[in-house]
Design a protein around this ligand. Structure first.
Ligand code: FAD
Length: 292
C-alpha cells in the first residue's frame, strides 16, 4: 500500500533501520524489525549507503521485509555518486520486488570526494530523482527536510523552497532530519505552511544512545542539542547506560509533545536497537502503537 493512503487514514508510527556491513548481518536487522512488530508500525524503512558497499544489503532487507504480510516498507534511495542508469536499475528492481514506497534522497558524496561537482550522468539533487521517479514509475514518494536547515543551505528560506519543489514534483510526504528541540519542528511547519507546503511532514526522532555518538551525528547533520540536555550528556559521557536513559526520557517527552500537537506521524531512527524505542512506545500508548 502507498504510505500516502495510510497517512490519509491515520497518524503513523514508523521505524528506520540501517543495513549491516557484512551479508551475514542481514538476519539480525530483520530480527530487530521482528522484535518491534508488536508496536504495529505503519511502515518501516532501511537506509541506503550513499557511499556504496552496503547497498545490496539494503535492497535485500527491504525486499525481505516487503515479502512479509505484516508491515509496509519504504526503500531509501540516494542518487549521489551513481550514474542515472544505475539508480534507474535499482528502481526497476524495487518495482519488480513489489516495493511501493521510496524516499528519494540525494545523499552525501563519499569521504574525500565531498567537493567534487556532480557529473552530468548523475541526478544532482533529490528533486531530479523525484522527477525521474514520477516520470517513469508509480511509487509512493517521500523526501527529506530539515528543521534546522540542511548543512549546505544558504538560508532556511531556500531550504524550504526546495522542500516545496519536492512537493511540486510529486513527493507525497516529507520526513525530517533529527532534532532535539520541538520548537525547531514547529518553526519548520510554519515556514512550510507559508511556502505553500500542504503534504504531511513527519518528524524524525532519534533517541540518544551515547554521548560521543550523538555529538558525531549532530555535527554531521547540523542539528543542535539544547544546552540543558547537552550538559547532562556531558556529565554522563562515560556512562552509556545512563545516557540511554536520558535519551529515552528526552525522546518520550518530545514524542508526547509532538503527538499532542497533532503531527501526522512519528518516524523513529531506531539505529537497530530495540530497547529505547520499545520503552518510549510502551510509555506513550499512542494510537494502537503501545505494544500491549
Ligand atoms: C528522513 C531522512 C532519511 C535519510 N536517509 C538517508 C539514507 O538512507 N542514506 C543516506 O546516505 N543519507 C540519508 N539521509 C541524509 C541525506 O542524504 C543528507 O542529508 C543529504 O545531505 C541531503 O539529502 P537530500 O535528499 O535532502 O538532498 P537535497 O534535497 O538534494 O538537498 C541537499 C541540499 O541542496 C539544496 N537543494 C535541494 N534541491 C535543490 C535543487 N533542485 N537545486 C539546488 N539546490 C537544491 C537543499 O537546500 C540542501 O541544502 C536521510 C536524511 C533524512 C532527513
Amino acid at each position: 500500500m502507498k504510505i500516502k493512503e495510510i497517512l490519509n487514514r491515520q497518524r503513523t508510527i514508523s521505524f528506520e533501520f540501517f543495513p549491516p556491513r557484512e551479508a551475514d548481518g542481514v538476519p539480525a536487522v530483520v530480527d530487530v524489525a521482528d522484535r518491534l512488530q508488536r508496536f504495529a508500525p505503519d511502515f518501516v524503512s532501511v537506509t541506503y549507503g550513499a557511499g556504496g558497499g552496503t547497498r545490496a544489503f539494503t535492497e535485500d532487507i527491504t525486499m525481505r521485509l516487503k515479502r512479509r504480510e505484516d508491515m509496509e516498507v519504504m526503500a531509501h534511495l540516494t542518487c549521489v555518486a551513481q550514474d542515472r542508469d544505475e539508480v534507474h536499475g535499482v528502481l526497476e528492481r524495487l518495482k519488480a520486488a513489489g516495493i511501493e514506497n521510496v524516499i528519494a534522497l540525494r545523499g552525501d558524496r563519499p569521504q574525500g570526494t565531498e567537493d567534487d561537482p556532480p557529473s552530468e550522468h548523475e541526478f544532482a539533487h533529490a528533486t531530479e530523482l523525484i522527477q525521474h521517479m514520477r516520470a517513469n514509475f508509480d511509487f509512493g514518494v517521500a523526501g527529506a527536510c530539515y528543521p534546522e536547515g540542511h548543512t549546505e543551505s544558504t538560508s532556511l528560506q531556500s531550504d524550504i523552497a526546495y522542500a516545496r519543489m519536492k512537493q511540486d514534483l510529486g513527493a507525497d510526504f516529507l520526513i525530517t532530519q533529527l532534532f532535539y528541540d520541538n520548537a525547531h519542528f514547529y518553526a519548520l511547519q510554519e515556514r512550510a505552511a507559508a511556502a505553500g507546503i500542504t503534504i504531511p511532514i513527519i518528524p524524525g526522532v532519534l533517541p540518544i544512545l551515547s554521548t560521543p555518538q550523538i555529538r558525531r551525528f549532530t555535527s554531521l547533520c547540523g542539528a543542535s542539542i539544547p544546552s540543558q540536555l547537552d550538559a547532562r550528556l556531558d556529565r554522563f559521557a562515560e556512562d552509556n547506560r545512563a545516557v540511554r536513559e536520558i535519551g529515552i526520557e528526552h525522546a518520550t517527552r518530545q514524542a508526547e509533545d509532538l503527538w499532542s500537537n497533532g503531527v501526522p506521524g512519528i518516524h523513529f531512527y531506531v539505529l537497530n536497537r530495540t530497547y529505547s524505542v520499545s520503552h518510549i512506545l510502551s510509555d506513550l500508548h499512542i494510537g494502537g502503537h503501545g505494544g500491549d
